[in-house]
Design a protein around this ligand. Structure first.
Ligand SMILES: [Zn+2]
Length: 263
């Protein structure tokens, strides 16, 4: 009963916010402050379990690209961090509040800075659009047991709830749970990522090449977060190609780094 009351309260206080860049409407029961705090907690927990790579040329490249994207992302409440984790998985994520992790397994597909900026821009796009918060809000609205997630820190949750939150925020891989984002969220993250990489100075045309080589190379394997089955890679590449005329002026006005250094 208490939980039903809590859900009713949450629904009344739910906000319909507008997503930056795309202007889409978003259903949110969570506050960005809570999401960012939970993102920070989840990041710390992941870093305590995974092996971080520091000081290599690749790790420095991750930081440099991240800083360039952060400089154009206009997210004053984010406390950005860009870390490289040792793993053969070709994956990456960005938790709420700008906590980015890139797995070393992605480097051979990214091939160059613009390829890596495509991946990082996409992941950062999920965080800017608050897709983690939206997923958490959906779970809270449909499951009474999870109604209190919006107001509790990760350290105070039991393991089941913590796993739900970690998966919703996009940090589930460490726990063996990768929750695919919806097609709408994937497309939105692609769009935001493309704008960010262009403004940061990376040639957005390389994003099309990246998706091509990545989808070919990983065909038949379990897809990582950013290559979920939807949208399929042909649609995704075609959509990015359609968007190029919109973002090329941003690139022309930037520092124009081209595809950058090779990895
Ligand atoms: Zn994604």
């Amino acid at each position: 009963m208490k939980n039903i009351f809590l859900i009713a309260l949450l629904l009344i206080s739910a906000s319909c916010s507008t997503t930056p860049v795309t202007g889409n409407k978003a259903f949110l029961l969570t506050s960005s402050e809570t999401e960012n705090q939970q993102g920070e907690d989840a990041y710390k927990e992941i870093l305590s379990k995974e092996k971080e790579v520091k000081g290599t040329p690749e790790a420095r490249m991750v930081e440099e690209i991240g800083k360039r994207i952060a400089a154009v992302a206009n997210q004053p409440d984010f406390k950005w961090e860009f870390r490289t984790l040792q793993s053969d998985e070709p994956n990456a994520f960005c938790l709420p509040g700008g906590k980015v992790a890139v797995y070393t397994g992605i480097f051979k597909y990214a091939k160059n800075e613009a390829g890596l900026a495509t991946v990082m821009g996409h992941e950062i796009g999920h965080a800017i659009a608050r897709h983690g918060g939206q997923r958490m809000s959906q779970q809270m609205a449909t499951n009474a047991a999870l109604a209190g997630l919006a107001v509790v820190g990760l350290s105070k949750m039991d393991n089941t709830k913590k796993t739900v939150v970690m998966a919703a925020l996009g940090a589930g891989a460490t726990y063996g749970i990768i929750l695919p984002f919806s097609r709408k969220h994937e497309t939105e993250a692609d769009e935001i990522g493309l704008v960010l990489m262009s403004k940061a100075g990376y040639d957005p045309r390389e994003s099309v090449n990246f998706w091509d080589r990545f989808s070919q190379a990983s065909a038949g394997k379990a897809p990582p977060e950013f290559l979920s089955t939807h949208p399929n890679s042909t649609n995704r590449r075609d959509h990015l190609r359609e968007l190029l005329p919109k973002v090329l002026p941003d690139y022309e006005n930037s520092a124009k780094l081209g595809i950058g250094k090779n990895l």
